[in-house]
Each structure stands twice: as structure tokens, then as C-alpha cells.
Design a binder for this molecule. Structure first.
Ligand code: FAD
Ligand code: 2HG
Ligand code: ZN
Length: 472
């Protein structure tokens, strides 16, 4: 198969209606959600089955044409955007959208990779079960993309990230071979964990076409509160108090600084923070239980009452209805959208030991301020997982270009400090092209070498998402 003969062959495999070669058809696929990365593609290919994915990859591998897997295109590390050569194929998995099976006894569901996360959640709900992965992009992101990036989101604290929610995978390898690893087993000690190699591999080792995922009992009772706090240290104290009292009923613990609240109120019409004055920091927390009789609302009221009594919290609002809870969540989940509307930010998605988050925030603010005075700090995140979104916005007197020109310097300041705190420079968004060149600075050389060797083993012609995660 030559590169010239590839397109007609792909049209035969997927049907010409599913081979997009015109620029206007390709437009939504060649730019990422943040409009940060822009690429070009030879074609967007939309296979409708695992067999078609296999045939497409066989041809691309033979032709030496590189392939960028894409799900919902909501990733935040540029992993699903092609380069600007116009010679790459985007393999869009959206047509693989069947729920293949739901097993309410084994508590599993077998889903195809292109299923939208919200549809997976809805299918679980209809079966009287609960699929807990939840993130702001759930109306557009796919389960395949969630697994490929090992996505986190707002319920990791209780249920774990995407990796912990997957039991089995079906994967098409670079040369077209299909690995049927779709077991629904909780135990399997038969050697190396191949499944876990593909989870978080960002489309560089294989194309995930289906997965067996875990289901849980649906929460029958939920209590949601927004709590005003004097500072980050108080957030950690409140977290410790809630963990101690609520145990694994503590389902979410999200942190936001005042600048994030201000940003959301300024850019998202109808979104309002329920405090007369914006506090320095707030937490949005949720308790839930599969048993409605255990009284999570009473428990939350008691714990927050104690926190208010000792000054750990300065104010608190407990949602009185599902609608009110939704409005509180809208504040948290609107932050990314508000950032996009406000202009470009320099993002850091970092993981740190939970107990050191407040110290880190203090030290990092000083280090950034010394390097570039006057920036706006948009700090928020999944505090209960030790995950901060440490985003920076330009100072008022700077142009966007001047600000973005500082990206490398600011990344080094933030990430060197993360390293000193023994943290990670990517908690949940992955590496993609965003962090690729920084990774060797922070990952041990032996770990980088093992990753390069694994990549060579799985994809000897380097056709799967080259230049993402690892340099070419
Ligand atoms: P894409 O963006 O299409 O792809 C992401 C990566 O996975 C790329 O490298 C791509 O090549 C690869 N890929 C996609 N599908 C496959 C497949 N089937 N097989 C192999 N490789 C594949 N992330 C979090 O972790 N937590 C959050 O709270 C969170 N909130 C978000 C909120 C918003 C508003 C947005 C826009 C994004 C958010 N994200 C969050 C980013 C997150 O990574 C993605 O939303 C999601 O996991 C990616 O899924 P996707 O289908 O859009 O993948
Ligand atoms: C979130 O938690 C996402 O809302 C996006 O991971 C974070 O916009 C961001 O930096
Ligand atoms: Zn996040």
C-alpha cells in the first residue's frame, strides 16, 4: 500500500461518506477545544466497527501514514490535534457508539470507545446502576478518550480515575491486530497488565475500541454545600474534618480561589456565587450514600457547623434542592469556559501530596510573582485528590503575545517547584504535545527509556500519534 493509494482504499473500508477530505468538513477535527492547537489533516476517517478500525490501521501502517486517534476532541493537552503537515489521518471514533452489554449482577457494562460519557452515565442509570466518572466535558467527551487520557474529574476522591473504573479493553494495535481483552474480571494475575499500558497512553500504543467498565449502586441521597473559607490551609483542615466524619461518603471536594469565582461571574451570564462578598477561597463539597436513610444532609450540617464554630469556614450554603445543587456545580464547572472567554491562560495541571497543597500555593505564588509580577492566579481543582489547576492569566498591561511568550519560563518556575514537592506535572489531562518537551526534565531517565522501548515494541513504524507524549 502506498500513500497515494491510501485514500481510495480507506473509502472502500469506511464508505466515502465517512472519509472527510474537504477543509470545511475537517474544520471541527483539526483544532482543539481551547483553540490552542491548530493542525491539518489528509483525511478524517470515521470507522463504524472494530473490524473497520483494524482495516484502516493495517493500511496506514503499510503506507507509513501516521494516525491521530480522536474521540470527543475535548482533551486539554493537544493530544488529538494533528500536526500541520496535512499528511496525517484523524481516526475519529465517534461512530463506535454502541452499549454492547450491561450486567447488573457482575456490575459491569461493555461500551464502545466512541460512546459519549453522558450517554454511558444515562445507560447505567436506566439499568438501576451508576457510572461515577464525571467531568465538565461529559456531554462531548468519549469513554475511549477518557481511558486514553486516564481522565479524573470530580468523583475521583471516592471512585478513582478512569483507570480504576476499567476492567477490560478491546484494542486495535498499530499493525491492525485486534487484542480482545474485554474480560469482566476483578481478578486476573496472568502476567503483565496490558490493559493498564493502554490506559493513559494517549493514542500512542493502540486504538481503544471498547471497554468493560465498573458500575456502582446509584446514590439515593446527596448533600451539596458551598463553603466560604479564609484560605487554602482552612480548606485542608475542612477536608481532614470531612474525611474523618464522612469516610467514603465524601464524594467530591473541589477548591476555588476568589479570582476563579470572579472570572465565572464576569463571563458566564446568570451564574452567581451565593455569598454577599466573594471570600478568598471556597470549597464545593458533596456527600452521597446509596442508602437514603443515613442522613448525609444532617451529617454535612453538623460538620460544617463545627467548622464554622472554630473559624475554619466563614460561611456555608447547603443546597436545598437538586436545582440548587446544579447551580452550585455550574459555578465550578464553568471555570474552563470562563477562562476561554477571558483569553488565553497558561495552564498547569499538577498533583501534589494533599497535606502540602497550602504550602505549595504560598510558595508558588511568591516564585511566580518574583519571575513575572502582576499576573492573575486562577487556582482551582480537585483538592481531595491533591490535583490543582494552577492557571495563570496575563497582567492587564501585557499583550497576549507578550504573556504567551513567557510560557516556558513560567512552566519551569511552577514545575520545578512541583518537583521539589515530589508532585507530578500532569495530574489528569495527560502529556500530549503540551507537556511533551518538559517531561524528560521531570521523569527519571530510566522511566523515559522504558516508555520509549514500550512504544517501539507496540508501534515499530511510529504511526500512532507520533510526537504526542514522546518526541519523534
Ligand atoms: P480526545 O480529546 O478526542 O483525545 C484525547 C487523547 O486521547 C488524544 O491523545 C487522543 O489521541 C486519544 N484518544 C481518544 N480516543 C481514543 C481511543 N479510542 N483510543 C486511543 N486513543 C484515543 N479531564 C479530566 O481528567 N478531568 C476533568 O475534570 C476535566 N474536565 C474538563 C472540562 C472541560 C470543559 C473540558 C473541555 C475538558 C476537560 N477535561 C478533563 C479534559 C479531558 O481529558 C477530556 O475531556 C476527556 O477525557 C477526553 O476525552 P475525548 O473523547 O474528548 O478525547
Ligand atoms: C476541570 O477540572 C478541568 O475543570 C479543566 O480539568 C481545568 O481548565 C482547566 O484548567
Ligand atoms: Zn480537572
Amino acid at each position: 500500500m502506498t500513500a497515494a493509494g491510501l485514500l481510495p482504499r480507506l473509502a472502500t473500508i469506511v464508505g466515502s461518506a465517512h472519509l472527510l477530505t474537504e477543509a470545511d468538513q475537517q474544520a471541527p477535527y483539526v483544532v482543539d477545544w481551547m483553540k490552542k492547537y491548530h493542525g491539518r489533516a489528509l483525511a478524517v476517517v470515521q470507522p463504524g466497527s472494530t473490524a473497520e478500525v483494524s482495516a484502516v490501521l493495517t493500511c496506514c501502517n503499510e503506507a507509513g501514514v501516521t494516525v491521530v486517534p480522536q474521540g470527543g476532541n475535548t482533551g486539554m493537552a493537544g493530544g488529538a490535534t494533528p500536526d500541520d503537515s496535512g499528511r496525517q489521518i484523524i481516526l475519529s471514533l465517534g461512530r463506535l457508539d454502541r452499549i454492547r452489554e450491561i450486567d447488573p449482577v457482575g456490575n459491569t457494562m461493555t461500551v464502545e470507545a466512541g460512546c459519549i460519557l453522558a450517554n454511558v452515565q444515562a445507560a447505567a442509570r436506566e439499568a438501576g446502576r451508576f457510572f461515577p466518572l464525571s467531568l465538565g466535558a461529559e456531554g462531548s467527551c468519549t469513554i475511549g478518550g477518557n481511558l486514553a487520557t486516564n481522565a479524573g474529574g470530580i468523583a475521583v476522591l471516592r471512585y478513582g480515575n478512569a483507570r480504576e473504573l476499567a476492567l477490560g479493553l478491546e484494542v486495535v494495535l498499530a499493525d491492525g491486530r485486534i487484542w480482545d481483552g474485554l474480560q469482566a474480571l476483578r481478578k486476573d494475575n496472568t502476567g503483565y497488565d496490558l490493559r493498564d499500558l493502554f490506559i493513559g497512553s494517549e493514542g500512542t500504543l493502540g486504538v481503544i475500541t471498547a471497554a468493560v467498565i465498573k458500575l456502582y449502586a446509584p446514590p439515593a441521597a446527596r448533600a451539596t454545600a458551598m463553603v466560604a473559607l479564609p484560605d487554602g490551609q482552612a480548606a485542608l483542615a475542612l477536608f481532614a474534618r470531612l474525611v474523618g466524619r464522612a469516610g467514603d461518603r465524601l464524594t467530591a471536594f473541589e477548591f476555588m480561589t476568589r479570582s476563579c469565582l470572579d472570572l465565572v461571574q464576569s463571563h458566564l451570564p446568570g451564574v452567581a456565587v451565593p455569598f454577599a462578598e466573594l471570600p478568598p477561597a471556597i470549597v464545593l463539597t458533596e456527600l452521597s450514600d446509596a442508602d437514603a436513610a443515613t442522613g448525609v444532609t444532617d451529617l454535612l450540617e453538623t460538620v460544617l457547623g463545627d467548622a464554622l464554630a472554630v473559624g475554619e469556614a466563614t460561611d456555608a450554603v447547603i443546597a436545598q434542592s437538586g436545582e440548587q445543587a446544579k447551580a452550585l456545580w455550574r459555578i465550578r464547572e464553568g471555570i474552563s469556559e470562563a477562562q476561554v472567554r477571558a483569553g488565553k491562560t497558561i495552564k498547569h495541571d499538577i498533583a501534589l501530596p494533599i497535606g502540602r497543597l497550602a504550602d505549595f500555593m504560598r510558595d508558588c505564588e511568591t516564585a511566580v510573582e518574583v519571575t513575572v509580577p502582576g499576573l492573575r492566579f486562577l487556582v482551582f481543582g480537585h483538592l481531595g485528590d491533591g490535583n490543582l489547576h494552577y492557571n495563570l492569566q496575563r497582567a492587564p498591561q501585557m499583550t497576549e503575545d507578550e504573556f504567551l511568550g513567557l510560557t516556558g519560563r513560567l512552566n519551569t518556575v511552577v514545575h520545578d517547584l512541583v518537583e521539589r514537592y515530589r508532585g507530578s506535572i500532569s495530574a489528569e489531562h495527560g502529556v500530549g504535545q503540551l507537556r511533551r518537551d518538559e517531561l524528560p526534565r521531570y521523569k527519571p531517565a530510566v522511566a523515559m527509556q522504558m516508555m520509549i522501548e514500550i512504544k517501539r515494541l507496540f508501534d515499530s513504524r511510529n504511526i500512532l500519534n507520533p510526537g504526542k507524549l514522546l518526541a519523534n
